[in-house]
Write a protein that binds this ligand. Structure first.
Ligand code: AHR
Length: 318
């Protein structure tokens, strides 16, 4: 009898230790995320912007008590991760698609399994019926804003080199088309070179070094992200040039390092692109799992920051 009582007391003690944390995991103030499990298929990319986005998703999952399964890979790995999330029967999936194409099949599989997919920060060319919403910036707007700034600074005449992101990725395609839409209205402005820096500071530096070594003459570097622009700064400095003066440098993202470069005069401008998408991502997924309506496109607002107004940014960069 005494032995039984000891065993019972021990079981009770273990339960008392385990149960509060089990309840805490599901206890959220919005009531929709109880014990929710979400898979996040993130892109493996060498950029501070992407790290900030991952942190935003992780922090919001933690705040809401959601179990997050994080995968950081290239596109083939992202497809495999989504299949793995489906097998694990997650409640929802966040996907940052590396490129626009190649998603139809796996998104159809998620849909067949009844798992909602929210696109984070980039778009795809798969049918809209296969995903809940796209939460991102308006990339063509960003390109147009950059071009208007360039046209004004050049007074309608000059040479531009363009550091492209991944040419198959949604933001790179739209940042190019938005930029060209405005630049094409200025016959005196010519884009003399355009090449991918693969979103990376190191690759951006190498591309600009090669242009400089080949004697390419330019007045402006337009980079599809801040990382590549910072690479251009390095390349110009090692060639004995003064970035920000010998050529203007404008890019997109508004990371903290770009704000510091603008403060030093190494860079001239950056168009904001918010990576803080975790809260909107989970809000949309939770709504979708409850069958509530969600807007098909949720666009985060962006502004251009240059040497005149960069101090107005609420956090001096992301
Ligand atoms: O999709 C958002 C873009 O992807 C960011 O501008 C860039 O830094 C990242 O590579």
């Amino acid at each position: 009898m005494k032995k039984r009582l000891v065993t019972f007391t021990m079981i009770l003690m273990v339960l008392l230790m385990v149960l509060p944390s089990a309840f805490a995991k599901g206890a959220t103030d919005d009531g929709g995320s109880k014990k929710m499990t979400v898979g996040f298929a993130q892109i493996k990319e060498d950029s501070p912007w992407r790290t900030t986005e991952t942190n935003s998703v992780q922090q919001e999952a933690e705040r809401l008590g959601i179990v997050l399964k994080l995968s950081v890979t290239d596109q083939a790995g992202q497809v495999a991760a989504i299949r793995d999330f489906i097998t694990q029967k997650v409640d929802g999936i966040l996907l940052a698609p590396q490129t626009r194409s190649g998603w139809d099949e796996v998104l159809q599989e998620a849909k067949n399994a009844g798992i909602p997919v929210v696109l984070l920060d980039r778009g795809v060319d798969a049918p809209e019926s296969l995903w809940v919403t796209q939460i991102s910036s308006d990339f063509a707007f960003e390109g147009r804003e950059a071009a208007k700034w360039v046209a004004k600074k050049l007074d309608g005449k000059g040479k531009v080199v363009e550091l492209f992101g991944d040419p198959a990725a949604d933001p790179a395609i739209l940042r190019n088309s938005g930029f060209m839409e405005v630049i094409d209205t200025y016959p005196g402005i010519e884009v003399v070179e355009s090449k991918t820096g693969e979103w990376s500071q190191d690759k951006g530096r190498q591309v600009v070094e090669a242009w400089l070594a080949a004697g390419v003459d330019f007045d402006v570097v337009y980079a599809h992200n801040d990382g590549m622009a910072l690479g251009a700064v390095e390349a110009m400095k090692s060639a004995g040039l003064t970035p920000g003066k010998d050529a203007l440098i404008i890019s997109i993202d508004a990371i903290k390092a770009a704000f510091e470069a603008i403060g030093r005069g190494d860079m001239n401008a950056t168009v904001e692109c918010s990576p803080l998408l975790g809260p909107l991502g989970f809000k949309s997924l939770i709504a979708a799992t409850k069958g509530e309506p969600v807007d098909k496109y949720i666009i985060t607002p962006d502004s251009l920051y240059d040497q005149d107004n960069y101090k107005n940014h609420p956090t001096m960069g992301f």
